[in-house]
Ligand binder design. Structure first.
Ligand code: HAM
Length: 445
């Protein structure tokens, strides 16, 4: 049975409960006292200044991804619930917005885009020449307890490189994530591990127990991990795992791991070493960190996370790794690797200022038709935001209301009869008479 978690009416949801009660109460609709409708918990509104900055950051991310040959894909906001439970189990339903539509279909708002992109790959592109390099920028939804840096609706910028199981592929996506974060002026540390090694160590355990162990390592609940494993008589395995996950340092620590574990993981360690060597060529600085296991269940090999310490508890700005999912969605078993950057967290710590667009106000004295015509001509010729009065204000009021513009172009009877426009520089207050071509030239310089 699928729970409609999106409608959970627990006590923390005061706003939502009240809203529901309000809409159920028909008489309230007619009430004279109108209550403000708040946005749902864990969601945000963005005003124009913030949106300009977000778009500027998005543009940088797109440009860098495209410079590595990645091309944009777009998938639906909601998918069949099964897409997300097939690998992670029904437990994940607690953490996502799952619901039934009017035809009783089990659907979910996407909590991430790796599974949707792999579904798209199986459905639409499985015969295309590989590798495929896809990127996306989209909103995701998770039913988590909101806090600073953790939202119920948030945005991810991510890539998936489909079709290669070679170190070059992992190194490329890590190099790309690193370049994006650097370009945005973020102070971060990149940690790289190999989850396949831990999977091998746990391969003889019951899947449920090994999943528990993964979760505890991911959440750094190490006391609980010790209690669980020792309680099951897994002391020797615990000692190995404990030593493994405390291994951190430069690429040299890979040899130390070799000493702790037996030869069954040699190939994985060689792979990790090769990725590190390639990352040196990309100029990427990293910490080898064998405690990285990632919260999502589909990773099979290299895994990595980037942390911006200044963000506090929710400091992970990027996460990714290699995985195999396509065979679960009815396609062949194709190796893939990718990452997603938490766009909203990046916005908190990046150093990007959007370039300001020139603002021109066409101000009219009872000549609104001529003002509209001029504004349209300017929009054709000049890279600027051109605004006209829509409030029916007189000339003086229009001028005082456009004090944030760079220029005002006055169109009045006098100007129309004289065949010129009056251009006012709003910073200096200086005014001059100009013809249309001269106006275009000034506004373009
Ligand atoms: P993830 O680590 O679950 O990985 O999410 C990627 C990033 O999204 C996180 O590092 C974090 O910055 C951001 N994020 C996650 N949850 C929230 C939230 N509730 N509010 C704000 N930001 C959040 C994935 O989603 C994988 N699909 C990444 C991947 C792509 N692996 C391979 N390819």
């Amino acid at each position: 049975m699928v729970r409609a978690v999106g409608n959970a009416g627990n006590s923390e949801e005061n706003g939502e409960t009240e809203n529901r009660a309000a809409s159920e109460n028909g008489s309230l609709r007619e009430s004279k006292v109108k209550r403000k409708i708040e946005r749902p918990r864990g969601t945000r509104d963005f005003l124009p200044d913030e949106m300009e900055k977000r778009r500027a950051v998005e543009r940088i991310m797109r440009e860098i991804a495209e410079s590595y040959g990645y091309r944009e894909v777009c998938t639906p906001t909601f998918e069949h619930l099964e897409l997300f439970t097939i690998k992670s189990g029904e437990g994940i339903i607690e953490e996502i917005y799952a619901f039934k539509d009017k035809s009783n279909r089990n659907l979910a708002l996407r909590p991430e885009l790796t599974a949707p992109v792999m579904r798209l790959f199986v459905n639409e592109c499985s015969v295309m020449p590989r590798p495929l390099r896809f990127y996306y920028f989209a909103n995701c939804f998770r039913y988590e307890r909101p806090q600073k840096g953790r939202y119920r609706e948030f945005w991810q910028f991510g890539v998936e490189l489909i079709g290669s199981d070679k170190p070059m592929a992992d190194a490329e996506v890590i190099g790309l994530a690193y370049r994006i974060l650097k370009e945005l002026g973020i102070d971060f540390e990149l940690h790289i591990g190999h989850v396949g090694i831990l999977r091998k160590l746990l391969s003889n355990l019951e899947p449920e127990l090994s999943l528990k162990i993964f979760r505890l390592i991911d959440k750094e609940q190490l006391d609980e991990l010790e209690r669980l494993m020792r309680g099951r008589g897994l002391d020797v395995l615990y000692a190995k795992i404990s030593e493994l996950i405390s291994t951190k340092g430069d690429a040299g620590v890979i040899e130390k791991v070799r000493e702790i574990l037996d030869s069954s993981v040699n190939e994985d360690l060689d792979y990790l070493k090769e990725v590190c060597t390639l990352l040196d060529s990309y100029g990427v600085e990293y910490v080898v960190d064998m405690s990285i296991v990632r919260g999502l269940d589909y990773y099979t090999g290299i895994v990595f996370e980037a942390y911006a310490e200044s963000l506090g508890a929710q400091k992970q700005v990027c996460g990714g790794g290699s995985y195999r999912l396509s065979h679960l969605f009815g396609g062949e078993d194709v190796p893939s690797t990718g990452f997603a950057i938490g766009f909203d967290r990046v916005m908190e710590v990046c150093r990007v200022s959007p370039s300001r667009k020139l603002k021109v106000a066409v101000v009219d004295a009872n000549c609104s038709r001529e003002a509209v015509r001029l504004a349209e001509m300017l929009r054709d010729r000049v890279k600027a935001a051109v605004i006209v009065d829509v409030m029916g204000r007189n000339l003086k009021k229009q001028l005082s209301h456009c004090s944030d513009a760079d220029f005002a172009v006055i169109v009045g009877r006098k100007e129309l009869e004289g065949g010129y426009y009056t251009l006012k520089d709003m910073r200096s207050g200086e005014q001059r008479k100009v013809g249309f071509e001269e106006l275009v030239k000034i506004l373009s310089s």
